[in-house]
Design a protein around this ligand. Structure first.
Ligand SMILES: Cc1cc2nc3c(=O)[nH]c(=O)nc-3n(C[C@H](O)[C@H](O)[C@H](O)COP(=O)(O)OP(=O)(O)OC[C@H]3O[C@@H](n4cnc5c(N)ncnc54)[C@H](O)[C@@H]3O)c2cc1C
Length: 331
């Protein structure tokens, strides 16, 4: 239901004991929205060990941090987290609530929206406040990325959305900033779960998260086979990069899904993105168009990616990449 709340919330995820950097991106957008609504910017922490995270969130722009700390929050459990989050929403009635569209944030936001009886715009790529109505306008790709839909939640509150990571920059830290820390009592016995935590498996050294890499060498259908991707790996290794892929390459079993860039894959913002044998369809561009520098290697000068690239190399990847590697080696 509509309420008179003047709080814009963001979820500050704690992942394996660390405050997720996405929280600082969400604070950036929350501050921007709050300028239009006059809301207070609030962060929500759910963890078994709050460390100094609340103070960090205040330094990065939160006016209020709601902290729920309990050992039942040690591992992400969608059932427990969503019930607790719903209780926090009911107690403090935020106006807007932005969660990260990470794998945990996506499932948590969907379940919480149902329990809190409100709407959710999942996987938004832009958030604005309507100047007249002060409603949140959440924009997200639809119809396979060919259209952008702007969605409003007129009646129910909070206006909830999950926002793609790396959409906005992080807020700066101001160590002198002051804010309020509000502890939320966790009644662990009340929460029922159908989830049993078995174990957590860290990524292996060779399973680097493509979102964390500043240099990406991505391959598409034009890279053809395992040998082609081995060549990409050689190029990536020579410049300290990580190999990623288009959906076509993932669908062909050449790379795992976790390396897919795009609408149904990951959104990344590396300093350098080298697209090899990728045509640059809109669904792929949705995941990497905000890279600082895009280099495209494609034998078709008219491929859409060539128009988006700062450096467009027309040629066969199997000729161009070995030359690049040997030139880099000779430096
Ligand atoms: C709902 C939906 C979601 C989607 N989500 C994603 C997503 O998350 N990520 C994604 O990537 N796609 C996604 N797609 C698919 C997307 O539309 C494209 O089909 C896909 O990106 C194409 O991959 P590609 O560029 O590797 O292949 P292609 O489009 O087939 O392009 C291959 C390119 O390689 C070039 N080439 C061929 N051989 C060589 C060579 N030897 N040397 C140099 N260049 C060469 C060709 O000129 C061509 O430009 C989605 C589609 C839909 C409908």
């Amino acid at each position: 239901m509509k309420n008179k709340s003047t709080n814009t919330w963001v979820l500050a995820e704690v992942i394996r004991g660390n405050l997720s950097p996405v929280a600082l991106e969400l604070l950036f957008i929350a501050k921007k929205l709050a300028k239009e609504t006059g809301d207070k910017v609030c962060a929500v922490l759910m963890t078994n060990d709050k460390k100094d995270f609340a103070q960090k969130l205040i330094c990065h722009g939160a006016d209020i941090v709601y902290v729920a700390e309990d050992k039942c929050l040690a591992n992400f459990d969608e059932d427990i987290y969503s019930q607790l989050l719903t209780d926090m929403i009911k107690a403090h009635t935020p106006n807007i609530f932005v969660l990260p569209a990470t794998s945990t944030g996506r499932s948590l936001s969907a379940k919480t929206a149902i329990l809190a009886d409100t709407g959710l715009t999942a996987d938004a790529t832009d958030l604005q406040i309507d100047k007249e109505t002060k409603l949140l306008h959440a924009t997200r790709p639809t119809f396979g990325g060919n259209l952008m839909a702007t969605i409003m939640c007129e009646v129910k509150r909070p206006q909830m959305c999950s926002l793609r990571p790396l959409t906005y920059p992080q807020t700066e830290c101001d160590k002198k900033r002051k804010g309020e820390i509000v502890n939320f009592k966790v009644d662990a016995k009340k929460y029922k779960s159908n989830v049993k935590f078995v174990s957590f498996k860290e990524l292996e050294d060779n399973e680097i998260d493509i979102c964390a890499s500043e240099i990406i060498v991505a391959g598409g259908r034009g890279v053809k086979d395992e040998k082609g991707f081995a060549l990409l790996k050689q190029l990536a290794d020579s410049i300290g990069g990580t190999v990623a892929a288009s959906r076509a390459a993932v669908d062909n079993g050449l790379m795992p899904y976790r390396c897919q860039v795009g609408l149904t894959g990951k959104t990344i913002k590396p300093k350098l993105y080298i697209a090899c044998g990728i045509s640059g369809q809109v669904q792929h561009m949705a995941g990497m168009s905000s890279s600082d520098v895009i280099v495209a290697i494609n034998k078709d000068a008219e491929a859409p990616i060539m128009a988006q690239a700062k450096y467009a190399l027309v040629g066969d990847v199997f000729e161009v990449i070995p030359q690049l590697i040997s030139q880099l080696k000779s430096k």
